[in-house]
Ligand binder design. Sequence first.
Ligand code: NAG
Ligand code: NAG
Ligand code: NAG
Length: 458
Amino acid sequence: MFFYLIGLFYLPNLSATLTEAPVGVSFEFFAYPAYVTDVASTQQCLENFKDLTGAWPPIRIGGTTQDRATYDASSSAAVTYTVAAAGDAPDSLTFGPPFVALAADYDGDVTLGLNRRLDNISNTIAAAKLAVEEMDNLYAIELGNEPTFYTSTDPIADGASWTAAADYASQVKWQDEVFGNLSIENIASAGVYFGTSPESIVGLTAVEEDANDYVKDYCSHNYPQSASTADLETLMGHSDIASEIEEFAAEVAAATAMGKEHVFGETNSATGGGGGISPTFGAGLWILDYVMQTLIMGTKSLYFHQGTIGNCQYCWWGRYDMGSPYFGAYFATMALANADQVAPLDSGDTAFAAYAIYKSGAPVRVLLYNSEYYTSGTRSTQAFILSGLTSSTVTAKRLTASYATSRVDEGDSPTVAGQYFGNGNCTLMGDEVTETTTVSSGKATFTVGASEALLIEL
Ligand SMILES: *[C@@H]1O[C@H](CO)[C@@H](O)[C@H](O)[C@H]1NC(C)=O
Ligand SMILES: *[C@@H]1O[C@H](CO)[C@@H](O)[C@H](O)[C@H]1NC(C)=O
Ligand SMILES: *[C@@H]1O[C@H](CO)[C@@H](O)[C@H](O)[C@H]1NC(C)=O
């Protein structure tokens, strides 16, 4: 048996001050109107986070289809498109003023993704102008999605090869022309790069100069895995997560050096359909640990992507079922609710994680995570000993499921403090279970099973 001895008086690597709601949601552009008008769970799933923190989670509306969309000021429809099959994303679409009205209706901050790829700048200016006028909740506007993948055949490339330098020049020119035209600063969510190569925030910020005034934040997209490489054990592994996010540290530092925030404006477990790992509880445990590690790295918020309704492995909810990953996001939100800072208490190179969560400089919670991969047989456990506790008893809430591979749509729902969310409505259901542990001489021992997490209230 092997123990962690954690002294809460030792304050290592504290995060920057957290925002009220660092865990956000990204909606694929064309699907946003349907998410808010046709999917009953959407409102409740977002509201569950607000019930924890007091703040509606920030949302971002964008993705591949933002760069296929043209604004049509005369359209009375939110979105207009045709697809061959229900699970397809459209190759082309238009959106009208009702789309912006739906975005304006949301009670939290909204980042809106507009088109750059089609090189219709007057169209993007018209849409941006409407958003600025109509949306009191407008946080930022993106000019293009993942230019990392633009090619010479995209209209914006004008027949030339699309290089990092070409993108940087294009982004700066568009920031000047779109936001200069609207006379508005601190509005661009800039970069919007998939990963860090060949285009990077490091590279973009090196040429921003005065256009940096138009920037609200610098944005990265991150999907640790793809369908072809999908490996759940690696996705959720505590030290694996530390390695996976390492490349973004320089991006965060570059944004910070420009006096701007860094965000993961679109992120989720795996691209290309997710390879079967994305709907699992393990993907929820990944979210929990990834949120903590990226916030400690200095990112401000993360927007977990929700794609095509009915064809989305990593989605947190659908029309009929909850997704197991939602439980991890909910637990992360619960862990950070009304807190100011988070700090790692472990070295980051094992399967076991411990975080102290602070309010006004004092630890108020400890989050423990055993990232060992459990799929069958006897579940191993890890004992964590906390020292330096000041109360006589502490209570805890557990995030668990039968296995790391548990899926709600296969009838095996995770639980958070014994509770779960209703399929088709996202209502919190069941009776809350809290665990009480006696503190002796300032110490208490907590047992966390493989593929489980525990949130201790101090
Ligand atoms: C702003 O955009 C509108 C619409 O494209 C255009 O008519 C106008 O000339 C632009 N103004 C500036 C200052 O770029
Ligand atoms: C560009 O947008 C304008 C409306 O803002 C539209 O009339 C025009 O057709 C668009 N151009 C292309 C090539 O789609
Ligand atoms: C939510 O859904 C669950 C299961 O689908 C159901 O049992 C419950 O009654 C629903 N709750 C509400 C408030 O509709």
